[in-house]
Design a protein around this ligand. Structure first.
Ligand SMILES: Cc1cc2nc3c(=O)[nH]c(=O)nc-3n(C[C@H](O)[C@H](O)[C@H](O)COP(=O)(O)OP(=O)(O)OC[C@H]3O[C@@H](n4cnc5c(N)ncnc54)[C@H](O)[C@@H]3O)c2cc1C
Length: 380
């Protein structure tokens, strides 16, 4: 199995201690209130959690994909909303500037993103352009030394607290996806407005909102990467994001399996432990099998990305298999816990609700299958 570096193991152990001591006791509160206590975010800042993927020279930890996956597993075992806020910031929302930013952009944004002073978000989806973001209508027109941005992005995670927005917009309509560019937009730029925090099934504590750009003025130097490469940049960020999101699902599955085994051994009905029933044993066996298979897929894709390989198909496989396995495991965990599994107090149903989003965002399960098939047909 995969050997993590000593540095990553130490960091992971520290994060585990923090999550157990600080986040876990507040998990139910976060879920019910749909917010994260400010003192918890402050502690996360002090621990450097906002800078996990920012290079060390900009004040971050500089984790590679495997390191980020190892940390995501730990976050997944705890509170999904907290994991999402940090994971989205350190994932799809930071990676564009880390990978494609100019030296001036990196120097301006990354240190304050690493410290958590500036939270970031990633703005791709629009009302008519979800699974197919190439249908986006948000546009940016160059006027002198500024880009004028107009359009609306929906369901943007972290938008309510974000200061740095990576926004994809059409700069040359006739060029199709090669006419889409990416921009770094600050919350204070005139013309940017963030809507209300959407009420969601789960993922409470992490917020999602609509972001509207009305003649929003973006300085020319805030074009991210080259003009026309925004779509490719977004796909690259999503490939990596799918693998690290799948890693978070591993942690969730591991936690659900541990809770289910523990409960099955404790709970007795008709004079027997429920763990002695084959019906329960098979559910546990299937959960364990799916967890191990998912882990192999996740770290295969992570290793490929670390080696600089494309891994589009492998990332889609990891995301599809792991998120589907997690949803099945969450259902089994509720079933094994019986009525208790349905009750808020036990904390199992929270995983069930949180798991559902993983099959939808960063590309639905159907879209992962489309990607896998497309890559197969291209390869052979
Ligand atoms: C809580 C939350 C947070 C989010 N955060 C962000 C964020 O931070 N940034 C961001 O940009 N976006 C974000 N999203 C958007 C998310 O990525 C999209 O919701 C997702 O990609 C699906 O798009 P859609 O909702 O428009 O569904 P649609 O694309 O309308 O899909 C509806 C159904 O049709 C299926 N379908 C569509 N096309 C095909 C096809 N070609 N073949 C087969 N089936 C197909 C889908 O799989 C799905 O089942 C978030 C969404 C949610 C719910």
């Amino acid at each position: 199995m995969l050997e993590l570096s000593e540095e990553v193991r130490a960091l992971r152990a520290g994060v585990q201690r923090f999550l157990e001591a600080e986040v876990e006791p507040r998990s139910r509160w976060i879920d019910e209130e749909d917010r994260i206590p400010p003192e918890l975010l402050e502690k996360a800042r002090e621990l450097g959690l906002f800078g996990l993927t920012v290079p060390e020279c900009y004040g971050g930890v500089g984790l590679d994909v495997i390191g980020k996956c190892a940390l995501e597993e730990e976050f997944g075992r705890s509170n999904y909303g907290f994991a999402t806020l940090i994971g989205n910031h350190t994932g799809i929302s930071c990676s564009g500037i880390v990978e494609h930013g100019t030296e001036a952009q990196r120097a301006k944004y990354l240190p304050r993103m690493a410290s958590g002073e500036w939270i970031a978000c990633f703005c791709l989806t629009e009302a008519q352009a979800g699974s197919d973001p190439s249908g986006m209508r948000a546009s940016a027109v160059k006027r002198g030394d500024r880009w004028i941005l107009n359009g609306e992005k929906i369901y943007i995670t972290n938008a309510p607290e974000a200061y740095v927005f990576t926004v994809m917009a059409v700069t040359a309509e006739s060029k199709g996806v090669k006419g889409i560019s990416a921009f770094i937009v600050e919350r204070d730029f005139p013309g940017l407005a963030v809507g209300r925090n959407e009420k969601k099934m789960g993922m409470h504590g992490a917020h999602a909102a609509t972001v509207t750009f009305t003649d929003c003025e973006v300085p020319a130097e805030n074009l991210l990467g080259e003009e026309g490469l925004g779509y490719i940049q977004a796909l690259r960020a999503l490939t990596r994001g799918r693998v690290t999101l799948a890693a978070r699902c591993l942690g969730m599955m591991e936690r659900l399996l541990g809770l289910s085994v523990g409960y099955a051994k404790l709970r007795e009905q008709g004079g027997r432990r429920i763990a002695d029933h084959q019906a329960i044993q098979w559910m546990l066996a299937d959960m364990a099998l799916a967890l191990d298979a998912s882990r192999l897929l996740v770290y295969r894709a992570a290793e490929m990305l670390n080696r600089g390989e494309r891994a589009t198909k492998e990332a889609a496989m990891a995301k599809l298999f792991t998120t589907e396995a997690l949803n099945k495991a969450a259902d089994s965990a509720v079933q094994i816990h019986g009525g208790m599994g349905y009750m808020r107090e036990a904390g199992i149903e929270r995983f069930y609700r949180d798991a559902r989003i993983t099959r939808i965002y960063e590309g639905t399960s159907e879209i992962q299958r489309v990607i896998i098939a497309r890559e197969l047909l291209r390869e052979q």
